[in-house]
Design a protein around this ligand. Structure first.
Ligand code: TRP
Ligand code: SF4
Length: 352
């Protein structure tokens, strides 16, 4: 975090390689989050300067009617992060709404973003469709949605640009936001001064992990395996997990390619086990429950250290204070960088 890098922004910024990412606090994390995002973050915290935050303001863009759970969800998510192995000594863990500079930058950036850049954003459209706010793909319909949701990608741009981050680990659905972010950075730099580097998406290779019913794993579908589930719960959920429908009877052969559960075998099992299972499935040599048991053993072994860290964390007499302290420290470290950037932004815009 070199001191006065607004004097030589390009150089300072490129060398930094800083990593920033955030997640909306929607509640307990599941193994889809673990395998898709968290494991990538945990690997990054050893290699780069990382800032990871609870995107609680972003939660408001769709959850403004029910704000009561956002703080609690954020806290639960922090516990999941720590249990999974994010380390506050290595990465800066903080809360978006505690660093007010995000809001100031969001406001300033909103002045230079043409509305059509937002209206055509496919990820926001998809979100609006899921919420039933719009029906089709018609861009005119997007004028119906709330200003905050429309501006979601501008807030996200502020989240990243305020740290002059180089890399943003995200899933593929976030690529439109990253593109907008880069356009905003270019536009700002051209209009005022070279303040922002263009951040790159660091696409998390997410293995396909369907929920127990074969649909996308999601808390709201009730088909998720949570990091906080006990070994018995994981066993019960995965034992019931959907398999190739062709295997209605034990004697019917199946095809792992058509089996939702097998996606977990792919991630967790050894090559020998994969071969054994494939052979057994296609010849009806093994039953689905025996097949799944092989995979469940690995999933539980993977989750066990996470359970142990969680148990130790919640058994502390001072858990709440400890979590607050982590966030306070993280917020302050984030603020230090954010303030530096904002000084450069105000200077560039002659607002200082
Ligand atoms: N939009 C992201 C998501 O839905 C969350 C997010 C908010 C984010 N701000 C960010 C991700 C900044 C990366 C960087 O997952
Ligand atoms: Fe899936 Fe295994 Fe059953 Fe085949 S035997 S359908 S791979 S659970």
């Amino acid at each position: 975090m070199g001191g006065n890098d607004k004097a030589a922004p390009g150089a300072a910024v490129q060398g930094a390689g800083r990593v920033v990412s955030g997640v909306r606090p929607t509640g307990q994390l599941h193994i889809g989050h673990l395998l898709g995002a968290l494991r990538g973050w945990i690997a990054l915290q050893d290699k780069a300067e990382c800032l990871f935050f609870i995107a609680d303001w972003h939660a408001l863009t769709t959850g403004y009617e029910n704000t009561g759970k956002i703080a609690e969800n954020g806290r639960d998510m922090l516990i999941d992060w720590l249990a999974a192995g994010l380390d506050p000594e290595k990465a800066v863990l903080f809360r978006q709404s505690s660093v007010k500079e995000h809001a100031e930058l969001h406001l300033l950036l909103s002045m230079i973003v043409p509305t059509p850049w937002l209206i055509r954003n496919p990820t926001i459209k998809e979100q609006a469709r899921e919420l039933g706010l719009i029906q089709g793909d018609d861009e005119a319909e997007m004028s119906q949605i709330n200003y905050g949701l429309l501006g979601y990608p501008i807030l996200q741009s502020a989240d990243v640009l305020i740290y002059r981050a180089a890399r943003v680990p995200v899933g593929i659905d976030q690529v439109p936001h990253l593109e907008l972010m880069r356009e905003v950075a270019r536009r700002f730099n051209r209009l005022y001064a070279e303040v922002f580097p263009e951040p790159q998406a660091l696409l998390t290779e997410s293995p396909k992990i369907p929920g127990t019913d074969g649909r996308k794993m999601s808390k709201s579908y009730g088909n998720a395996v949570f990091l906080s589930d006990s070994a018995a719960e994981v066993d019960a959920k995965l034992s019931r997990m959907m398999t190739d429908p062709r295997r209605a009877r034990r004697t019917d052969p199946g095809d792992p390619a058509d089996c939702p559960a097998f996606n977990l075998h792919r991630v967790y099992c050894t090559p020998d086990e994969i071969e054994y299972v494939t052979q057994g499935c296609t010849t009806a040599g093994i039953g689905c429950l025996d097949c799944k048991k092989i995979m469940i053993k690995h999933v539980n072994a993977d989750l066990e250290p996470i359970r142990e860290r969680r148990a130790a964390l919640v058994a502390r007499p001072d858990t709440a204070e400890y979590l607050n302290e982590i966030l306070e420290t993280g917020n302050e470290r984030a603020r230090t960088v954010a303030r530096e950037t904002m000084a450069g932004v105000r200077a560039a815009m002659a607002l200082d």
